[in-house]
Design a protein around this ligand. Structure first.
Ligand code: XLS
Ligand code: NI
Ligand code: NI
Length: 436
């Protein structure tokens, strides 16, 4: 049975194509910086927005038309959705998908029944993966929707809820392994707080560290060799999320001996909510060897919340790819479209338009970034800008030889300092525009 009968496999038709259901820039076989685009970008469809999104917002109910969904919480409905999802992902030509345990299978009254539901759907997912060759980029656990997690999961004040969360992640790791998932993600969910009058921050952070160590230990025990990813987000749902941004996450990992086990999953809309650009967050993670994967979406700068829109801005994707190409790719991570169609875009076919546009935007950004890198325009400028540290006193500073005394002596012995040079920001911005 075809759930998208009006769509056949989306083909690459080149930049002049007027067909809205074709790629203009994403040619999976095209080689950029030595890698096929499909292997470099590792595009991923995310199950929660694309197959569980309904279009609800705080002011209105569901709007999205999903004819295959009977609206029930049954396992049958969940298994049927697997067929829909894989037909969609296959027609789109996306090599990966990602999910939360609770998006793919319904939660029941008891944990044991919930696990059985999950097993039934995992069986269907596994068969669909084998049939289509589509792979799992990452799995994760939803520990924020159910009311039990109102105070958080690993940072809850209720030890029973902590235990439940641990059992849930144990199972999520098992199924991620079963499905050959290449990564496992921790996004904080409700790991944060609203008010310090009722919060023991120290205890909560210690518990979170214990929880993540337990996950790392259990993964080792069951032979799950995928990469762990920590996803920063500054706010929403809590006012203060502990995983605020890349810097906060890396500090947490470093302080708690987790740095060797965990990399970051950087999301565009979370970066901007934290008052950073995506490029800043990516570069901050990359220079510390911690850039693991990305949640590729975009926010709306006029709205102050996580709107999770599909990325279409070539300037943004170019900036992302400048950093990703610099680190030689993103594998075993990928470019996951943690994005949802607007509630006014309610037809199933809008899912295709959204993903095609985002994939094309990333493919174009990749080629633009590669051209910029090939000509060395930024690299050469930046290298030259710091050349005073290549020799003489600068080299002594960098090598650790210099001290306050030696630097004072150096300055006292000099008539005048070397003059500053222009940062040429506008010129560089103009040069980048020549490539767009
Ligand atoms: C929510 C997060 C979430 C994670 C996975 O804002 O982006 O979707 O990516 O739990
Ligand atoms: Ni995300
Ligand atoms: Ni998000």
């Amino acid at each position: 049975m075809a759930y998208f009968p009006e769509v056949s496999k989306i083909a690459y038709e080149g930049p002049t194509s007027k067909n809205p259901l074709a790629f203009r820039h994403y040619n999976p076989e095209e080689v950029v910086e030595g890698k096929k685009l499909k292997d470099l970008l590792r595009f991923t469809v995310c199950y929660w927005h694309t197959f569980r999104g309904t279009g609800v917002d705080p002011f209105g109910s569901a709007t999205l038309v999903r004819p295959w969904d009977d609206g029930s919480n049954s396992v049958e409905n969940a298994v049927k959705r697997v067929d829909v999802a894989f037909e969609f992902i296959e027609k789109l030509g996306c090599p990966f998908y990602a999910f939360h345990d609770r998006d793919v299978a319904p939660e029941a009254e008891t944990l044991s029944q919930t696990n059985k539901n999950l097993d039934a759907v995992v069986k269907a997912l596994k068969a669909a993966q084998e049939r289509t060759g589509i792979k799992l980029l990452w799995g994760t656990a939803n520990m924020f929707s159910h009311p039990r997690f109102m105070h958080g999961a690993a940072t809850t004040c209720n030890a029973d809820v902590f235990a439940f969360a641990a059992a849930q992640v144990k199972k999520a790791l098992e199924v991620t392994k079963e499905l050959g998932g290449e990564n496992y993600v921790f996004w904080g969910g409700r790991e944060g707080y609203h008010n310090l009058f009722n919060t023991d921050m120290k205890r909560e952070l210690d518990h979170l560290a214990k929880f993540m160590h337990m996950a790392v230990d259990y993964a080792k025990k069951i032979g799950f060799t995928g990469q762990f990813l920590f996803e920063p987000k500054p706010k929403e749902p809590t006012k203060h999320q502990y995983d605020f941004d890349a810097a906060a996450c890396l500090n947490f990992c470093r302080a708690n001996g987790l740095l060797d086990h965990i990399k970051l999953n950087i999301e565009t809309n979370h970066a901007t909510l934290a008052g950073h650009t995506m490029m800043h967050e990516l570069e901050y993670a990359r220079i510390q060897g911690a850039l693991g994967s990305i949640d590729a979406n975009t926010g709306d700068l006029l709205l102050g919340w996580d709107t999770d829109q599909f990325p279409t801005d070539i300037y943004l994707t170019t900036q992302c790819m400048l950093v990703i190409l610099e680190q030689g790719g993103i594998a075993p991570g990928g470019v996951n479209f943690d994005a949802k169609v607007r509630r006014e875009s309610f037809d199933p076919i809008d899912l295709f338009h959204a993903h095609i546009g985002a994939m094309d935007a990333f493919a174009r950004g990749t080629k633009i970034a590669a051209a910029i890198r090939k000509d060395g325009v930024l690299k050469d400028f930046v290298k030259k800008r710091y050349r005073s540290f290549d020799t003489g006193v600068g080299a002594e500073i960098e090598s650790g030889k210099a001290t306050f005394e030696s630097l004072e002596k150096y300055v006292l012995g000099k008539e005048t300092l070397n003059p500053n040079e222009s940062g040429r920001q506008e010129m560089l911005e103009n040069i980048i525009n020549q490539y767009l």
